[in-house]
Design a protein around this ligand. Structure first.
Ligand code: ADP
Ligand code: ZN
Length: 724
């Protein structure tokens, strides 16, 4: 039968937005939107996704045929919408956003197979060596064995196996791999408290109704939020749909997983930076094929192509790590909300310290609000004590005050654990020559190098540049004149050791913990109480649960008050609250001690009074006055290049070309606080946009009237978090 010729327009995971149109050959009669295909592109071939299908011949000469159609379920239309939306909103080429959803091409081209080996019939083996004999005997009694199992059972080397395989004595059979997570979850419901029950019923109904609705699940750490969203996940499974849980990578620990397994009787499918390429391929594919039922991952899991999403959870929704700062700069929480909208499913934002953006949306009635008031099982929030450092004479070079030391000592005697929190990596934030004041600068950035005593090095925290600590000051030629100023975690470790030589002390910071497995090890040690005192940066503030951790000491409650970041007060409040939430999570009462020189500042007072509301009110008022988010929006443009004058010229031309629109302020260009990073000069232009106006429309006006130079890079950041 004659059929109309059809054409497919493809989107490729490449840095452009254009769709490319191809002829659909007769061999692919069932090709549909969202399908994965291979097509000629430039001189080579590329995998793309069928974005649209058309019957009309487009007006191009020399249309080429598609090459191959991969036997996979299609990319859902919700995913297509998400990619389209993300590209428009964040102002990135569509193909680059698609690339986030196609992190491994092998997942598309290669169906995971398992290989099974059996003995061929009727072979005369002749005289066998002992090792060969072992393999033959094993296969006589065991059919269809995996190589791994054969080698393990016989304790024979792979080479021996290969030798007899090559003789043709053994045959191989390939079968599609069974996805291990493709098993039934058996949910064991806990006995919920009244308020947990109420909250979970609301969420379960949303899942059953399959409606788009954003809900803030709001409750202090330990109030049982996780248990509540587990209930909703169970309902999602009952409906035969997939659940997606995002959490900051660092919170994705074996602790969380063990707890999950206890409830669901099976492990979830994982997505984080520690996966092997093979597992990444398998898990990605299992998402697309609908086999992965519960998927837990860090930020980028948002782009996993789950085919039937029924629920999305964003744990610790206030975490700034949800903002991707490299490449396509997106906010995973915000994009997940859009995904829920396209998928027509509920989304839950869980936090003890919700972001002001989220609170604002709750106040506006856009988000539903569920509150869990108390800690589960009567555990109470820790007492917060403020230590006014103005009243205490800390000796020079020491950072632990008497009252804090006293509590630490008592804690040690009780065999309870202490967390000392200081958000500064390394030994000291500043190292200078005490004779002439010379400070060692990074060769490529406008930053001071930070001393890391363990490594015996000075390190740049922006580009990683390192050098040894000079023994002679390059400025005044004095010997051994370099001196550390201010505390870093390593220095606090040194001081703590002096006071408590018998205690087990560890550091938790990104210099000491870099891999996923390092986190697992440290958490296990803490659980086993092999660590008495943990000294941690913000890394230690995440949602762990250590029943014997009862004291949290905040070394510097004032760190982070200054600086040009509009969210700094919010961030500090969240961090201090979260870190305090580590104390006394079970039967033991916890205590938080905050050392500060400015005890009267609102955020310290709010912590002391446990009055988040008061802090939020003040902070929202300030933001409103200044037109900062969530009142109005921001966009930053970062101009950078090796040639300073050229960067200045381009940035100035850019600002001059700015269309004039009421309600939009174009500020700058100004030097970024870090004028140089990796030898590149940096200027920033900031847009402040009144609510209701579209940043994207405005940007497209501008884009048309402005030409860039290739030696100057311009980075657009919509809803920026980083102002350095
Ligand atoms: P959040 O997520 O709000 O920090 P969690 O859900 O982690 O709180 O709960 C804190 C602790 O209380 C956990 O150890 C959890 O297992 C326990 N818990 C919470 N709700 C229940 C419940 N209904 N039954 C038994 N244990 C619970
Ligand atoms: Zn540097």
């Amino acid at each position: 039968m004659y059929q109309n010729q059809r054409y497919a327009s493809l989107l490729f995971p490449r840095p452009f937005s254009a769709l490319y149109t191809y002829v659909i050959p007769e061999t692919m009669p069932n090709l549909q939107q969202g399908d994965f295909v291979l097509a000629p592109l430039g001189r080579g071939q590329e995998i793309g996704i069928v974005w649209t299908i058309n019957d009309q011949k487009p007006n191009f000469p020399n249309l080429k045929n598609l090459i191959q159609h991969f036997p996979l379920p299609p990319f859902s239309s919700a995913m297509q919408k998400l990619i389209d939306w993300g590209a428009d909103y964040y102002f990135f080429p569509k193909g680059l956003v698609l690339k986030l959803a196609l992190p491994t091409k092998e997942a598309i081209t290669y169906a995971p197979m398992d290989e099974f080996y059996s003995l061929k019939e009727g072979i005369d083996y002749g005289k066998l060596t002992q090792e060969r004999q072992k393999i033959i005997e094993h296969l006589k009694t065991h059919k269809a064995q995996k190589l791994h199992d054969i080698l393990e059972a016989t304790d024979v080397s792979r080479a021996v196996f290969k030798a007899i395989y090559d003789k043709g004595w053994i045959e191989k059979e390939e079968k599609p791999q069974i996805f291990l997570k493709d098993i039934d979850y058996e949910y064991i419901p806990p006995v919920l408290s009244e308020s947990q029950k109420e909250a979970s019923v609301v969420l379960q109904n949303q899942v059953r109704d399959a409606v788009y609705q954003v809900t803030l699940l709001d409750g202090v750490t330990g109030s049982g939020k996780t248990e509540v969203y587990y209930e909703a996940i169970a309902t999602c499974l009952e409906k035969g749909k997939q659940a997606l849980i995002l959490m900051p990578e660092i919170a994705l620990t074996s602790q969380w997983l063990t707890r999950f397994e206890k409830r669901f009787g099976a492990e979830p499918t994982l997505w984080h930076s520690g996966l092997t390429p093979k597992t990444r391929r398998e898990n990605w594919r299992a998402c697309l094929e609908g086999k992965a039922k519960i998927v837990v991952g860090a930020r980028s899991a948002l782009f996993l192509p789950l085919s039937k999403v029924g629920l999305i959870i964003i744990d610790e929704e206030h975490e700034p790590s949800y903002k991707q700062e490299e490449g396509v700069k997106y906010h995973a929480r915000d994009m997940a909300i859009m995904r829920a909208k396209f998928e027509q499913c509920p989304i839950v934002l869980a936090s003890a310290t919700p972001s002001l953006e989220t609170i604002y949306n709750v106040n506006k009635g856009r988000y539903h609000h569920l509150i869990l008031n108390d800690r589960f099982g009567g555990a109470t929030f820790p007492d917060v004590k403020i230590i006014d450092l103005r009243q205490i004479n800390l000796p020079k070079g020491f950072w632990l005050s008497e009252p804090l030391l006293k509590e630490m000592k008592l804690n040690l005697e009780r065999k309870e654990q202490t967390l000392l929190y200081l958000n500064r990596r390394g030994y000291a934030p500043l190292t200078l020559c005490h004779k002439c004041g010379y400070r060692v600068k990074c060769r490529q950035c406008s930053t001071w190098l930070v001393e890391h005593r363990k490594k015996q090095h000075l390190i740049c925290h922006y580009c990683g540049y390192e050098e040894t600590i000079p023994t002679i000051c390059p400025e005044c030629q004095n010997q051994h004149s370099f001196m550390a100023c201010g505390p870093g975690v390593e220095r606090v470790l040194e001081e703590t050791r002096k006071h408590f030589p018998e205690a087990n002390i560890s550091i938790m910071s990104s210099d000491h913990i870099s891999k996923w497995s390092d986190i697992q090890t440290l958490v296990a040690k803490l659980e086993a109480r092999e660590i008495d005192i943990l000294i941690g940066t913000q890394m230690a503030s995440k949602g762990y649960h250590f029943p014997h951790l009862t004291l949290v000491g905040v070394i510097d409650g004032d760190n982070g008050i200054a600086g040009g970041d509009p969210r700094i007060a919010e961030r500090t409040y969240q961090l201090l609250h979260q870190v305090g939430g580590r104390a006394g999570r079970a039967d033991l009462k916890g205590q938080v001690m905050i050392q500060t020189y400015v005890p009267e500042q609102p955020l310290i007072q709010a912590l002391k009074k446990e009055n988040r509301h008061e802090f939020v009110e003040v902070e929202l008022k300030t933001r409103e006055e200044w037109g900062l988010p969530p009142f109005g929006r921001m966009v930053t443009f970062l101009f950078s290049g090796r040639n300073q004058n050229e960067v200045i010229k381009i940035a100035q031309q850019f600002v001059q070309a700015a269309p004039i629109v009421e309600g939009i302020d174009v500020l700058g260009p100004v030097e970024a606080p870090l004028q140089f990073i990796k030898g590149r000069y940096r200027l920033r232009v900031l847009l402040k946009i009144k609510t209701g106006l579209s940043a994207q429309k405005y940007l497209s006006l501008w884009n048309d009237g402005f030409k860039m130079k290739s030696s100057v890079t311009i980075d657009i950041d919509i809803d920026p978090f980083n102002f350095l």
